[in-house]
Design a protein around this ligand. Structure first.
Ligand code: AMP
Ligand code: GLY
Length: 421
């Protein structure tokens, strides 16, 4: 099978690594990729957000499946353009991708479908914001109503900071003030063909920049999978997943289909397990980063078959994907000053030494070649991934590998998966 993967981050690198593990090996190209991806597959210089360029490339090169990694091509209508030319694509049309891009749309779908989520009020002015903050009380949750690259959400007990955040985002549109939900966060990915879903194994992401969940929200600083503490509450991972399928995923997918906007791709359920039960905090319309880096290394079922089945509407006939009993941990290496204004263009060394640690792979996120060296090009630079028989082992491997890597000024969290080891 000939597959085109769109994107250039660690998520796409992890998707490609999973595809290349299959027997027989699919033929994979990536646009635009990064230096780590280019070491494994051909990369093409192509704007992944340009529907015409992507479609023309896919037709000319007999691509049988396009896998869209990030949200930007979805919002740009790349999946719509590919479907219009009868090319199989894993990723929703623009209208269904609004589940991620518009929090107001997502809330409406959840309301119609009866999906459990926090109460939220939309505010279009500062006066409305103040009233909503008073109604919900501290801690305050203020969200920009649109794609904000992980920077749109502020959770704070500081009333003035909540107002300042709202003031900034009100200039770009409206904001949502939400009820604060307290509990463990869970990311559950489900493949969807528009009508049925198949679950992957759950993961937990670390969103704050610093150890012990201090510092600002980021795109994600690390993750682990599976979540052993689910057993105490639900009996087993399978029982937890069954509940999410019944109460969250299928109602959402059915609502979207009923509205004429079927969701074909990856339904990312961002959940909080509160004392009162599961609540959805957000949906994304794509694989999560860095959770993908810990979910896919554990996947035994060939990924390409699952993605193609979703893209061609035949997921319903397939058994649930199988996962290894091994566990996985990933730790993100971030540039100096991430998430504010990351300092980039610095040399990265020690990757070969890191890769000699057993069970370790490295997913490149923001890297490029400069002569014979590799340099950083963005905020989240690398995802160091380690698998092991236990979290103790996987964590030890990940942090041993991290000690080999050097990038001036960079930082990473030291407590990823500590709570389960
Ligand atoms: P979002 O972009 O909506 O996923 O929000 C980013 C992060 O902010 C989440 O992963 C949570 O850690 C936190 N967050 C979002 N909404 C809430 C909420 N209603 N209550 C508590 N924390 C939240
Ligand atoms: N890890 C959070 C996200 O992918 O949105």
């Amino acid at each position: 099978m000939k597959i085109l993967v769109l994107g250039s981050g660690a998520r796409e690198h992890a998707i490609i690594t999973a595809l290349l593990r299959e027997q027989p090996r699919p033929s994979v190209v990536c646009a635009p990729g990064n230096v780590g991806i280019a070491a494994e597959v051909a990369v093409v210089t192509l704007d992944p957000n340009d529907p015409v360029a992507v479609t023309d490339y896919a037709v000319l090169n007999s691509i049988e499946l396009v896998v869209i990694g990030p949200e930007a091509p979805l919002v740009a209508g790349v999946a719509d353009a590919l479907r219009a030319r009868a090319i199989a694509v894993f990723g929703p049309d623009r209208a269904a991708a609004a589940l991620e891009g518009s929090k107001t749309f997502a809330k409406r779908i959840m309301d119609e479908a009866g999906v459990p989520t926090g109460r939220a009020v939309r505010a279009g002015s500062l006066a409305e914001t103040e009233a909503a903050l008073d109604e919900f009380g501290a801690p305050y949750v203020v969200k920009a109503d649109g794609l904000a690259a992980g920077k749109g959400v502020l959770v704070t007990s500081d009333h003035a900071a909540a107002l300042a955040h709202a003031t900034f985002w009100l200039e770009h549109g409206s904001v949502l003030i939400e009820e604060f939900l307290d509990g463990q966060e869970i990311s559950l990915f489900l493949l969807s063909d528009g009508h049925s879903v198949l679950p992957l194994s759950p993961a937990q992401d670390y969103k704050r920049a610093l150890d012990h969940d201090a510092g600002p929200n980021t795109g994600g600083m690390g993750a682990y999978s599976p979540l052993p503490w689910l057993d105490a509450r639900f009996g087993s991972e399978n029982e937890f997943v069954d509940e999410i399928i019944e109460t969250v995923a299928l109602p959402t997918i059915r609502q979207l289909a009923a509205e004429g906007t079927p969701f074909v791709g990856l339904l990312y359920c961002g959940l909080i397990l509160t004392d009162a039960g599961i609540r959805v905090i957000e949906f994304n319309a794509r694989f999560g980063d860095p959770e993908t880096q810990v979910v896919l290394p554990r996947l035994i079922t060939p990924l390409s078959g699952l993605l193609l089945a979703a893209a061609t509407g035949v997921l319903g006939g397939l058994p649930r994907p199988e996962f290894s009993a091994d566990v996985a941990v990933t730790v993100v290496v971030a540039s100096e000053n991430y998430p504010e204004t990351p300092l980039v263009g610095r040399e990265i060394t020690g990757l070969d030494g890191a890769l000699r640690v057993p069970g370790v792979t490295i997913a490149h996120a923001a890297t490029a070649a400069r002569g014979d060296t590799i340099v950083s090009t963005g905020g989240r630079v690398l995802s160091v991934v380690a698998v092991g028989a236990s979290f103790l082992e996987a964590r030890a491997r990940a942090y041993e590998a991290l000690r080999q890597v050097s990038l001036a000024g960079s930082h990473y969290r030291t407590d990823i998966a500590a709570r389960v080891a």
